[in-house]
Design a protein around this ligand. Structure first.
Ligand code: NAD
Ligand code: TYD
Length: 364
């Protein structure tokens, strides 16, 4: 940061969720002179406690609200003189999108459209300032599934979304892109691979496995466990989003990935080893005994992999945390932050768990 930098007034949507909260911390730490507003509906995945330490800061404000609420967004953009949106609010879990796709279309498509329209109105009313930015945060899942020997996804890989989640994210990406091409509005899109790290909601693979090991519960591996994901430590992702807001070219898409392709079964094995090493008094040890192969996810994508050459060569971003380092940090975090995750295993969560896993014949 240079002294001449003009402070931004940034609206972070979904800032009480996993990546959004990490990003809110990143932005507040790196740009203490900026005005930071977090807008979050606090769905099951949002947790105000996660960002409670930020709420004491004078330049920070939390607003509970829905990105589909146009009147609220208009009011916020004007009252806070917002010039930058980092849009991370979404329904984000593939298994939930299979159980109920409606919320995914509403938040991911209609919600993104609502934000784009509100930002367009403000940007046009302000005579289209060149330094305004709308960063739309998306996923590599829009590109579909790779075979084992296919090259990784690039920014020109055709969209082939396979789940209601990825289809709804694809729809929102197309809208963000169209607002640049049609109106010249300075939108940017990032498509990132699977994230992991602190504040990850228990339903996703890595926190679910960490927590089940600590509770001595079965570790449900879908199908044959040979599916591959390309894992990125969440703080590296936050640095990439910062880089794209500050250095990216409006209208462009940037793929973000860790170059860390791991088979699910190998990842679960690594987590078991780390827990055996770092945790004391595990209910079942060695914890690998808990691994249980279960019925596959419908339409389960086989492999995701990102080619992140463009963001590296054009903007100078590279990941700094290896998967070995990041998994160790993450296991340590879940061991040291039981107060954060234990309350999330609520009756509602248990009901969801029952619904997804009982039908896969996992003892729940
Ligand atoms: P998350 O589910 O942990 O958090 C989403 C947040 O959005 C929650 O705090 C929730 O309360 C909020 N939210 C949901 N609906 C809302 C609405 N209608 N209005 C306002 N707030 C609402 O998700 P995440 O993993 O942090 O993902 C953030 C973004 O990054 C998403 O757009 C996701 O598609 C994308 N992404 C995630 C990953 C990943 O591995 N988690 C990878 C690539 C991209
Ligand atoms: P997930 O964390 O849901 O992310 P995504 O589906 O968006 O990639 O799952 C990561 C991988 O782990 C995916 O291949 C599905 C698999 N998986 C399991 O094998 N068991 C589980 O209980 C979960 C939640 C996921």
């Amino acid at each position: 940061m240079t002294d001449s930098r003009k402070p931004r007034h940034i609206l972070i949507t979904g800032g009480a969720g996993f990546i959004g909260s990490n990003f809110a911390y990143h932005w507040c730490n790196n740009y203490p002179g900026d005005r930071v507003i977090v807008l979050d509906a606090l769905t099951y995945a949002g947790n105000r406690q996660t960002i409670a330490p930020l709420e004491g800061k004078a330049h920070f404000k939390f607003v509970q609200g829905d990105i589909c609420d146009r009147a609220l967004i208009d009011q916020l953009l004007e009252a806070e003189s917002i010039d930058t949106i980092a849009h991370l609010a979404a329904e984000s879990h593939v298994d939930r999108s299979i159980l109920g796709p409606g919320a995914f279309v509403q938040t991911n498509v209609v919600g993104t459209f609502t934000l784009l329209e509100a930002f367009r109105q403000r940007w046009q009313q302000q005579n289209q300032p060149a330094d305004y930015r709308f960063l739309h945060v998306s996923t590599d899942e829009v590109y579909g599934s790779l075979e084992f020997d296919d090259p990784p996804f690039t920014e020109t890989t055709p969209y082939t979304p396979n789940s209601p989640y990825s289809a709804s994210k694809a729809g929102s990406d197309h809208l963000a892109r169209a607002y640049y091409h049609t109106y010249g509005m300075p939108t940017l899109i990032t498509n990132c691979s699977n994230n992991y790290g602190p504040y990850h909601f228990p339903e996703k693979l890595i926190p679910l496995m960490c927590i089940n090991i600590l509770l001595g519960k079965p570790l449900p591996v879908y199908g044959d466990g040979q599916n591959i994901r390309d894992w990125l430590y969440v703080k590296d992702h936050c640095r990439a989003l910062d880089t794209v807001i500050n250095k990216g070219t409006p209208g462009e898409t940037y793929n973000v990935g860790g170059n860390n392709e791991v088979k699910n079964i190998d990842l679960v094995g690594l987590l078991c080893k780390l827990m055996d090493e770092l945790a004391s008094d595990l209910p079942v040890s060695p914890s690998e005994q808990l691994i249980t192969f279960v019925k596959d996810r419908p339409g389960h994508d086989r492999r995701y992999a990102i080619d992140a050459t463009k963001i590296k060569t054009e903007l100078g971003w590279t990941p700094q945390v290896t998967v070995e380092q990041g998994l160790r940090l993450t296991v340590e975090w879940y061991l040291q932050n039981r107060d954060w995750w234990q309350p999330l295993l609520s009756p509602e969560y248990q009901q969801y768990y029952q619904e997804v896993y009982a039908k896969r014949s996992v003892p729940v």
